[in-house]
Write a protein that binds this ligand. Structure first.
Ligand code: LLP
Length: 413
């Protein structure tokens, strides 16, 4: 990390190819590679699409921009699934003409729009199965309040299947994505059972056969040593087994199982390296002897390259790359350089007590939903992404220059 920071400057996102490939292998042990549709929203760039293309994986895109990236990487369009609750007519035409293999229909409006554009490929129906899952917990609801998909409640999902079957569409199956950063097997299993129930109804009442079951993404990863996610290979095996038997038990043909992991593949592969610029100690509030001083360690990036703490209160770990052996005894907050108090990357983390300007601060598990959600807030150029593999490093996304930041401005003259 110190060498990469020297060569590429800071901040820099270091992305490890072997980790991405190993994480993908946990899925491809259970289902064919093409049934593992990497969720591009986690981190989408041409090089990552090329790696996944060569592994034989599929890809989940949810905008024309992600689709354009995949196509620029020569990603086989038949292995792409197109998502989104409000795909534009232009995006539908773009996907149709590119030969995108599957579309996940999200609304009645869209089903009719698909008919209008003559969508010739597979269609999956996105179902909200009343299972809402987040880290360490999930809730069951009769009626999931979500902008996505068709709820099982009030027969709406069944009615979407009836509508799709009445149109000239290739209705291939069902899709559900129940949340993100999930640790519990039960949540996926319950969703699979509910989808099997819907498939049973579709067969009984409409004579339809669901050939495919896409169980979405959502598998959680460790951000700190306190996180103890299940082993991905075991979890994928358990979910696949339960999903298959839920169909078999109802006397239904067992569908192809698909997954759409994003974070579980890309998250652990990324480490962001920043340089510490200032260290500021704020004395404890008067009358609060129990509270320690607050120490702000400010780095040269922030909420523009990783908005996850500011947005979700996400928790991360950090270490100083240039002195990994030093005892981390001082509680600190790691802040960015943006003009906003909420620009905090880590609220509480232990670092060596003499942390100082010039130190290289690494935050691991930043491969997913950091660069893909990065902005130019305060006109800060975005960092580069450097791919490391077998001792070699190559830039896969270059650092933005001020010229890049200004490139869309049109002066009045
Ligand atoms: N499939 C669908 C339809 C999705 O909506 C998502 C994520 C995934 C797959 C991939 O989920 P994953 O395996 O990565 O959990 N920005 C948030 C996460 C938003 C996830 C949105 N959908 C974050 O930083 O935590």
């Amino acid at each position: 990390m110190t060498q990469l920071a020297e060569e590429h400057g800071t901040p820099v996102i270091v992305f490890d190819r072997a980790t991405l490939e190993a994480r993908a292998a946990a899925y491809t042990r259970e289902v064919p590679p093409a049934n593992v549709l990497y969720a591009g929203k986690a981190f989408c760039c041409i090089a990552v699409c090329e790696i996944l293309r060569d592994l034989g994986l599929g890809l989940d895109v949810c905008t024309g921009g992600e689709l354009a990236t995949a196509l620029a990487a020569g990603f086989p369009p038949e292995r792409i699934v197109f998502h989104g609750n409000n795909k534009s007519p232009e995006e539908l035409v773009m996907a149709r003409d590119a030969g995108v293999g599957r579309i996940v229909a999200d609304s009645f409006d869209e089903l009719h729009r698909l008919q209008d554009v003559g969508w010739p490929h597979k269609v999956l129906i996105r179902v909200t199965p009343g299972v809402e899952a987040h880290t360490h917990e999930y809730v069951q609801t009769g009626h999931e309040d979500s902008k996505f998909g068709f709820t099982l409640a009030d027969g709406i999902a069944l009615s979407a299947l009836r509508t799709a079957a009445g149109l000239s569409l290739d209705l291939a199956g069902l899709h559900a994505h129940i949340g993100s950063q999930i640790f519990e097997e039960d949540a996926f299993e319950l969703a699979a059972a509910r989808l099997a129930g819907l498939a049973g109804e579709a067969t009984e009442k409409l004579g339809l056969v669901m050939r495919e079951l896409d169980l979405g993404g959502g598998l959680g990863i460790a951000y700190t040593p306190d996180d103890d996610p299940p082993d991905p290979a075991e979890l994928v095996a358990a979910i696949t087994r339960v999903a298959r038997s839920a169909f078999a038990e109802r006397g239904l043909a067992v569908p192809e199982i698909l997954f759409e992991p994003g974070r579980a593949l890309a998250g652990p592969a990324g480490v962001t390296v920043y340089r510490v610029g200032t260290v500021k100690r704020i004395p404890r509030a008067r009358g609060h002897a129990d509270q320690p001083d607050r120490v702000y360690v400010s780095v040269d990036g922030g909420m523009s390259d990783n908005p996850r703490h500011a947005l979700y209160g996400a928790v991360y770990e950090a270490a100083l790359a240039n002195r990994m052996g030093d005892e981390a005894a001082l509680w600190c907050s790691v802040a960015g350089k943006h003009c906003e108090s909420g620009d905090v990357l880590i609220r509480d983390v232990r670092l060596p007590a003499d942390v100082a300007p010039g130190d290289l601060l690494c935050i691991p598990a930043t491969g997913a939903y950091t660069y893909s959600m990065a902005s130019n807030y305060n006109r800060l150029p975005r960092p580069p992404v450097v791919l490391v593999h077998e001792g070699e490093a190559s830039v896969i996304v270059r650092r933005e220059s001020y010229e890049d930041v200004l490139r869309l401005d049109v002066p009045l003259g």
